[in-house]
Design a binder for this molecule. Structure first.
Ligand SMILES: CC(C)(COP(=O)(O)OP(=O)(O)OC[C@H]1O[C@@H](n2cnc3c(N)ncnc32)[C@H](O)[C@@H]1OP(=O)(O)O)[C@@H](O)C(=O)NCCC(=O)NCCS
Length: 226
């Protein structure tokens, strides 16, 4: 009985030490989560209950193991974390400061992804590759980018700083800084705060199917007017 109590006490002490260490080393990330999630009521709530934070803590350790060439251990940790959080971050990915994944379930971040500072991802986001080629095959996400729920950002493309990827967009081409992208395939609808009229924009139109449909609509209208 005394032995069981002793083990329990040690486990509780280890858990408390872990919480203190995470609070110290991940202070900025926890504050960022509080800032980016209006539902977050307190520091302790984020520390104890946010899967996005737990996945980030585990990723930082796995990334250290990966850089130390302990690839199997790194992957083991990332897969175990996927099991407990629903978030899969490959240990090879590079992630900047104050990163936050809100809700988290279903997020996948590929091995050669590079993520800047102050990035926010929602549930169901994929930063994925487009083929079987080795080398850099995942996206580079700039600073202060938000990727909406369910969005897929695919291939070795760059998302410029301060951009917003809309929910469920599929982005397969570079996105300039300060842009909002929506749709499948993703097209820029807003840049530097200004709304972009897709039919008039000749630089940022990324959707050839939309262009064809608009062209056909114009021809139908012309025929109807005759
Ligand atoms: C893209 C987004 C940021 C809106 O940006 P915005 O520039 O304010 O967009 P607007 O509301 O002015 O809409 C611009 C156009 O894009 C369309 N649009 C907006 N979001 C869209 C989306 N996710 N997919 C497809 N079209 C979208 C609008 O209908 C509008 O079309 P219109 O010009 O033909 O009327 C936002 O809609 C979004 O998707 N946010 C993601 C939030 C999220 O994931 N939350 C998860 C919380 S759990």
């Amino acid at each position: 009985m005394t032995c069981v109590m002793g083990i329990l006490l040690i486990l509780v002490a280890l858990f408390i030490i872990k919480l203190i260490l995470v609070s110290i080393f991940f202070y900025a990330d926890i504050r960022a989560a509080q800032k980016k999630d209006p539902a977050a009521k307190s520091f302790v709530e984020v520390l104890l209950l946010y899967q996005g934070l737990h996945a980030l803590v585990s990723y930082r350790i796995a990334h250290f193991l990966y850089k130390s060439h302990l690839f199997f251990l790194a992957r083991l940790l990332s897969q175990a974390t996927r099991f407990t959080t629903g978030i899969e971050i490959h240990p090879g990915a590079k992630i900047g400061k104050r990163f936050f994944i809100d809700h988290g379930m279903g997020v996948v971040i590929g091995e050669t992804s590079i993520i800047g500072d102050d990035v926010l991802l929602y549930q169901g986001v994929t930063l994925g590759g487009t083929g079987l080629a080795k080398g850099k095959r995942h996206p580079t996400i700039g600073n202060n980018v938000v990727v909406g729920t369910g969005a897929k950002v695919l291939g070795d493309i760059t998302i410029g700083d301060n951009s917003y990827i809309g929910a469920n967009a599929v982005v397969i081409k570079d996105v300039p800084a300060n842009s909002t992208v929506v749709g499948v395939p993703g097209r820029v609808t807003r840049q530097d705060g200004k709304k972009i009229d897709v039919s008039l924009d000749h630089i940022h139109t990324l959707d050839p199917i939309m262009q064809n449909i608009e062209e056909l609509e114009k021809r139908i209208k012309n025929l109807e007017n005759k």
